[in-house]
Write a protein that binds this ligand. Structure first.
Ligand code: RIB
Ligand code: CA
Length: 314
């Protein structure tokens, strides 16, 4: 049996982030989570670092190292999304405050130190929120860039255009400067844009299947989804909500669930109108070099089967 893949989960929980963390911690044979690094995004850092610990405890992992990272984007004012995730960021069920400790070390230092300590090319960065922690780490310690095995991130959009502005997806919009650093760093990048996450839609049977798992984790996932799907159903008139961030972890577990193209993706960082837009050259009309595997399709049934199977283990 192959050894588990070493990953760092960088996250702004967020109900969908929480489901992604549960999926990762429910897959110890395949994934070795070296640490969870919180970043400001859906809600401020004080809440994302607390929520990350709440989720690790829910997964039965109070030993997990959780770090607080950057409280604001690299060069801009923080934009949050309480309108989607609620004021706590994990609205839905009432959850107990965490008792596990937050690590003293700053998340950016942890990312730098871990990439320097682990053999080159053996650590994957799973980024579920704005890219501020990673962009800051790359800027502070350029030597770590070539040591990253791969970055798998949820962010951006092409055919689905924006969800926070008409042009931009939230994670990229919040910190487009950090995103520009990552997309220009030369690291292997796999992107889960709204084009694919909008196909990972919860439906009533899928939510009830989580609830029917009979464990606390399944019940929480159902209650988080009950809460956070109201926004997307109202906005898009869809049957359910997109489980954006679990797509990142599902890709590591079952890449065959996804399909996409190696294309060039550039980040808009100057125009007020299209700030944070991921300009994906899906049709190859420029000669800009491909810098990302940009996903476009998903086997949704297989995705939810995987989610159920792993969350049932917690
Ligand atoms: O646009 C969706 C992304 O923004 C998800 O990662 C969600 O958690 C929010 O961070
Ligand atoms: Ca997120």
């Amino acid at each position: 049996m192959s050894t588990p893949r070493k990953i760092i989960i960088d996250t702004d929980p967020g109900q969908d982030d929480a489901v992604a963390i549960l999926l990762a911690l429910g897959s110890p044979k395949e994934l070795d989570v070296l640490g969870v690094t919180a970043v400001a995004g859906n809600v401020p850092l004080a809440l994302t670092q607390k929520n990350a610990r709440i989720v690790c405890e829910l997964a039965g992992r109070p030993d997990m190292k959780v770090f607080a990272g950057c409280g604001a984007p690299m060069g801009r004012k923080l934009v949050t999304a309480e309108h989607v995730h609620g004021k706590t960021g994990l609205d839905g069920p009432v959850m107990p405050d965490p008792t596990m400790p937050l690590q003293d070390m700053h998340a950016v230092e942890f990312i730098i130190e871990t990439l320097r300590a682990e053999p080159a090319g053996t650590v994957t960065l799973c980024v579920l929120g704005p890219l501020t922690n990673i962009g800051t780490a790359f800027e502070r310690a350029p030597d770590i860039i070539d040591r990253v095995q791969e970055i798998v991130l949820m962010g951006g959009a092409y055919f689905q255009v924006g969800n926070i502005t008409p042009a931009a997806e939230f994670n990229i919009y919040v910190d487009p400067d950090a995103a520009k650093i990552i997309f220009g760093a030369g690291v292997d990048i796999v992107v889960m844009p709204l084009d694919v996450t909008h196909k990972a839609l919860t439906t009533r049977p899928r939510v009830e299947a989580f609830r029917a798992l009979g464990n606390e984790a399944g019940r929480m996932v159902a209650e988080w989804t009950d809460f956070f799907e109201r926004f997307d159903k109202d906005k898009y008139g869809s049957k359910g909500a997109p489980l954006h961030d679990p797509c990142v972890i599902a890709y590591l577990l079952k890449p065959e669930l996804f399909s996409g193209r190696h294309v060039n993706v550039e980040i808009e960082v100057t125009s007020d109108l299209t700030l944070g837009m991921t300009v994906a050259d899906w049709w190859g009309v420029t000669h800009r070099p491909a810098n990302a595997l940009f996903m476009g399709d998903l086997n949704a049934e297989g995705f939810f089967e995987l989610l159920n199977e792993r969350i049932a283990r917690l």
